[in-house]
Design a binder for this molecule. Structure first.
Ligand code: PBG
Length: 341
């Protein structure tokens, strides 16, 4: 060998040495654990599309939160599944809606021990399953349905304020309406919630990776799809435009979603906006694909999950929203990152 000193393998010969020089460290403190709360349930029901995840009755919403806390995860993201849906998604902004009740309960019991994030959207609450108000537009006898951006903003603002009133610490608008961050910021401030932060789903793609979630949250659109508001998976530069707008509008935390097929987008956003905390959403399809492959014995679930989560952090996300949060926290506690890599 002409350059005997070029031997990167020297640093790989022992797991403690590999650990010493590892560039990325994952911690339960990086995680936000998503929790589904469903109205009118008495017992938790397992979500068949997402093995290991449950829909929780409001009265038992503390259980998964407590489990997270016990593992050192102090951030949760609440999704609601209401019993009533209508055209305007009115159960999304009712003060005794499913999310509002769950948040009140969690904050009353646990106070500052847990940071409660809430998903702000209408799709779980509208009868048609879209993320906003639907208008029927007819021209020359041809009719189509269009999500009315600006009418939707008013409702999203109401949802956010109702979550803040219930005690949410961070609201996370996910509808990809133009101007949603500004509308929510203004409404929160006007109602005295200047200290409630906004984690914006800033670059959210129209992704097939949301499949299992739509079964879980019962929010699949009844007709049409979300391509007129969520981003085209073919675009990367456009993510910077979307994120820049949310920054201008007052977002506190930025998010890229999904995570795994969008590591390049995470990296670009990290480099373009190094001053902002960046979250990545390791979505339902990413989770359930791992579960399915592990069940078939095709992959080692612990190792592949830790590999994925480290990759998301390595790409530049400092916050990871993941259904694997509880298991991953347990595996990290056991030191499996050092044992497996
Ligand atoms: C609702 C919303 C979705 C997810 C989070 N919030 C789904 C969607 O746009 O259909 C997806 C999360 C996941 O797949 O884990 N707007």
């Amino acid at each position: 060998m002409s350059f005997p000193y070029l031997r990167p393998r020297r640093l790989r010969k022992n797991k403690y040495l590999r650990d010493l020089v590892a560039e990325t460290r994952l911690s339960p403190r990086d995680f936000i654990y998503p929790i589904f709360v469903k109205e009118d349930l008495t017992e938790p029901e397992e979500i068949s599309a997402m093995p290991g995840q449950y829909r929780w009755p409001v009265e038992k919403a503390l259980e998964p939160v407590q489990k997270a806390l016990d593992l050192g995860i102090h951030n949760v993201l609440i999704f609601g599944i209401p019993k009533e849906k209508d055209e305007l998604g009115s159960s999304a902004y009712s003060s005794d809606g499913v999310v509002q009740r769950a948040v009140k309960l969690i904050k009353k019991e646990l106070g500052d021990e847990v940071v409660v994030h809430t998903d702000v959207c209408l799709c779980h609450y509208t009868s048609h399953g879209h993320c906003g108000v639907l208008n029927k537009i007819c021209r020359n006898d041809r009719c189509s349905y269009v999500v009315d951006n600006d009418a939707t903003l008013e409702l999203l603002a109401k949802v956010a304020v109702s979550h803040a009133e219930a005690g949410a610490d961070v609201v996370a608008p996910s509808s990809m309406m133009d101007g949603m961050v500004r509308a929510i910021r203004e409404a929160l401030d006007k109602n005295g919630f200047t200290d409630v932060a906004i984690m914006s789903y800033a670059a959210k793609y129209a992704s097939a990776f949301y499949g299992p979630f739509r079964a879980a949250a019962e929010n699949a659109p009844q007709y049409g799809d979300r391509r007129t508001y969520q981003m085209d998976p073919r675009n990367g530069e456009e993510a910077i435009k979307e994120v820049a707008l949310d920054v201008q509008e007052g977002a506190d935390i930025l998010m890229v979603k999904p995570a795994l097929a969008y590591l390049d987008v995470i990296r670009r956003v990290r480099e373009a906006f190094p001053q902002y905390p960046l979250a990545a959403y390791n979505v339902s399809g990413e989770y359930s694909m791992v579960k399915a492959a592990a069940k078939e014995g095709l992959v080692d679930e612990k190792k592949i999950t830790l590999e994925i989560l480290h990759a998301i952090k390595r790409a530049g996300a400092n916050i990871i929203i993941t259904y694997h949060a509880l298991e991953a926290a347990q595996w990290l506690k056991e030191g499996l990152d050092r044992e497996l890599f």
